[in-house]
Design a protein around this ligand. Structure first.
Ligand code: ATP
Ligand code: MG
Length: 368
């Protein structure tokens, strides 16, 4: 079996049952086996092939392959002996009695097990063991396990609601989506593209990014939104302000999609000062275009930290592939570093009415 423990943090409040149920569903989804809740942990009737899947489920604090032992000294002894054999060296036994009704306290259980195992010829060591074998005594059974695997932490995807996430072909936004999922958020992706035909094929890179993220994010809805109308309309906007005006346009479109999808925020891969236009003033002017909160999980990350995560989650190699990034055509060599939302609003009067709706009418909603 595999035992899965979740963080203590989310197990306290009123939301506990909701969180537990969501984690259970997510574990079952990932592994295709039932996850049984027993005394604040899940048991899955699965073998080692499920370990890498559980490693990608947010909300897990640690997990381990374990043996189901009878709730008796002889049952525990058998289980520890089996684990000791596969350890290939002396083991140290650690006991945790989470069911206090068991007749012996933990140190006494260790003593008794030690006596039995020594008699049986199992090599034990308190100092420098080859491995630690843990025994947890529960109400109806005991479990024994060797190596603990660290989980990702975070919250089960689905407990924190939904956001629309602006996904580009770059390095940052896939990492931003992953971090949103880490806090229990379900992403709905929106990508702006310059294509006039065969949109899905030409957006393969974006769909592949969404697919790569899916084991963690569980998300596969992607809106492919053309921005040609915007580019044409924005010819009248002074070059220095084209980028902030475009970002406000993306935010407005994303907000409309959020309404359709019951999402409560907009996430981006924006960062503070990674490029010259990412100033507090500009981030504020973009937020000013929409009511929904704009969430920027990478705000304080160094590029190195972002790349580190991208490598870990396998988006780095996908993001590196060449792709026509829309912002290239809109970034002037000297984009404004200070903008004022009222001033941008004035410039936006030059854009045709209904540009957002017209754009949305041409959006494709696809499953990655
Ligand atoms: P990324 O690596 O995510 O592209 P970046 O550092 O290149 O980020 P920008 O290109 O300036 O930064 O974009 C900032 C954010 O705006 C992106 O992280 C993404 O959330 C959003 N964005 C940019 N271009 C697009 C696009 N074509 N479609 C959807 N969102 C986009
Ligand atoms: Mg980019």
């Amino acid at each position: 079996m595999i035992v899965v423990h979740y963080g203590e943090l989310f197990t306290k409040g009123r939301n506990r049952p909701v969180f537990q149920r969501q984690l259970q569903r997510n574990l079952e989804n990932a592994t295709d086996v039932k996850a049984k809740l027993v005394e604040h942990r899940f048991f899955l009737d699965a073998d080692a092939s499920a370990l890498p899947k559980i490693e990608k489920v947010f909300g897990v604090s640690w997990f381990a392959e374990c043996l189901d032992a009878k709730r008796s000294l002889s049952g525990m002894e058998d289980a520890v002996a089996r684990l000791a054999e596969s350890a290939g060296g002396p083991v140290k036994v650690e006991v945790n009695r989470s069911d206090k009704s068991f007749e012996f306290q933990s140190p006494e259980i260790v003593r008794q097990l030690t006596r039995r195992l020594e008699k049986r010829g199992v090599a034990l060591a308190v100092k420098n063991p080859k491995a630690v074998v843990h025994v947890d005594v529960l109400r109806d059974k005991a479990v024994a396990y060797g190596g603990k695997h660290a989980g990702l932490g975070g919250l089960p995807v689905g407990v924190s609601g939904k956001v629309v996430t602006l996904l580009s072909g770059g390095f940052d936004s896939p990492v931003a989506a992953w971090l949103m999922a880490k806090r229990g958020i379900k992403n709905v992706y929106v990508h702006f593209h310059p294509h006039r035909e065969n949109v899905e094929e030409k957006s393969l890179k974006i769909l592949n990014l969404a697919r790569q993220l899916k084991p963690w994010t569980l998300a596969n809805t992607v809106y492919l939104v053309p921005y040609n109308e915007f580019t044409l309309a924005a010819l009248d906007v002074p070059e220095r302000f084209a980028l902030p005006v475009f970002r406000r346009f993306m935010a407005r479109v994303a907000q409309q999609i959020a309404v359709q999808e019951n999402a409560e925020g907009i996430a981006t891969g924006e960062n503070l000062a990674q490029v010259s236009s990412q100033t507090l003033s500009n981030l504020g002017s973009i937020q000013d275009a929409v009511k929904l909160p704009m969430l920027r999980p990478l705000l304080t990350y160094d590029k190195k930290e972002i790349i580190g995560i991208a490598e870990k989650i396998g988006t780095y190699d996908l993001s590196r592939q060449p792709y026509l990034d829309c912002c290239q055509s809109l970034v002037s060599r000297h984009p404004a570093t200070r903008t004022d939302a009222r001033h941008l609003e004035k410039l936006e009067e030059r854009l045709p009415d209904g540009l957002v709706d017209q754009t949305l009418n041409q959006a494709l909603r696809v499953t990655a």
